[in-house]
Design a protein around this ligand. Structure first.
Ligand SMILES: Nc1ncnc2c1ncn2[C@@H]1O[C@H](COP(=O)(O)OP(=O)(O)OP(=O)(O)O)[C@@H](O)[C@H]1O
Ligand SMILES: [Mg+2]
Length: 312
């Protein structure tokens, strides 16, 4: 970089040593090259968020991840619950390296990625590392860069977030293409889900929210809860939410033991597994397919993360 403004750089090139005819042709070619935006292919990025803790984000992320893998989509689940990661436990892997080493520059993304017994690849987070709960600016930028690296080679990135609205969580939501908001019918979970919508919509009015109501006791209860949530979001922050569906409160999920494969893998015909597949189909429709798509070089997930970081 020589510090020259882009417009002035263009001026310099146009005054090259070619004669008027040569410069005309050459200049037009250069103009064409300058005008062509750099385009790259990137994964569909889906952040799974909640506000309130324990609503089922990790259960949903790992289940959708396994289903996506089985549908032959190139998928990586990133455990973005900085400091309190647990996806490795739900997927039955024991990582030796985590995001902590990756963000410190002590390991590459390929060294940290691990393949779970169900086939899904996981970028594990650090667990019980207090310092990681509050990543430094340098670590956040490294995180953005690694998300960009992964997005450039996958079809889908699932980003399982921690509860709450810590800066790293908000940034990841702002950078993702879609936000799947996992809530429960109880008022505390709905209030926190609304708080997430409000805080994100203030920073990015184009954020797209898809709502899952988890642990419903009776059929249809999820949609009622969604209607209350979307009405409040529409009235108070002018945001339109979209309903993805409900998941029943199921003992088979709660009693699932650590180290066991996810329910969708061990019992694909169980009612909750069938429900999760239907949910994935609706998610695919909402996202316009689970395939990498072209984005301008300055619009990718890394760039979005960096842009929003400036305003947080
Ligand atoms: N549909 C369900 N039926 C029964 N139990 C469920 C269901 N969904 C999740 N659970 C249980 O709820 C608990 C919390 O789930 P999970 O860890 O996925 O939540 P979370 O939102 O990721 O939590 P955190 O905010 O701590 O990251 C787990 O014990 C899980 O087994
Ligand atoms: Mg979790």
């Amino acid at each position: 970089m020589d510090g020259t403004a882009p417009g002035r750089q263009a001026e310099k090139v146009d005054r090259g040593g070619l004669g008027p005819r040569g410069r005309g042709l050459f200049g037009r070619l250069l103009d064409g090259l300058r005008a062509a935006p750099t385009v790259r292919r990137e994964a569909v990025t889906i952040a799974i968020a909640s506000g309130k803790g324990g609503t089922g984000k990790s259960f949903l992320s790992t289940s959708l991840g396994v289903l996506l893998h089985r549908a032959n989509k190139r998928t990586v689940l990133v455990d973005c619950d900085f400091g309190l990661a647990c996806d490795h436990l739900l997927l039955g892997v024991r990582p030796t390296l985590t995001l902590q080493q990756l963000l410190a520059g002590q390991a590459t993304v390929d060294q940290v990625l691990c393949t779970s017994p169900a086939g899904l690849r996981l970028l594990p987070g650090a667990s019980g590392v207090r310092r990681m709960a509050n990543p430094s600016d340098k670590e956040l930028l490294a995180f953005a860069r690694e998300l960009g690296v992964l997005a450039a080679r996958e079809d889908v990135l699932l980003l399982d977030l921690g509860a709450g609205i810590a800066p790293s969580t908000v940034l990841t939501m702002l950078a993702a293409d879609w936000i799947v908001l996992v809530t429960q019918p109880e008022i505390a979970a709905l209030v926190d889900a609304y708080a997430v919508v409000k805080s994100i919509a203030q920073l990015n009015e184009r954020a797209r929210f898809l709502v899952v109501v988890n642990r419903v006791a009776t059929k249809g209860r999820g949609e009622l809860a969604f209607q209350r949530l979307t009405e409040v979001a529409r009235q108070h922050v002018g945001v339109q939410l979209h309903y993805l569906g409900e998941i029943t409160d199921d003992n088979a999920v709660t009693q699932h033991r650590l180290g066991q494969l996810p329910l969708v893998a061990t019992e694909p015909d169980a009612p909750t597994s069938v429900c999760l597949r239907a949910l994935l189909d609706r998610l695919e429709m909402s996202c316009g397919g689970f395939v990498a798509r072209e984005v301008a070089g300055d619009q990718g997930i890394e760039a979005r993360f960096r842009q929003h970081r400036l305003f947080l």
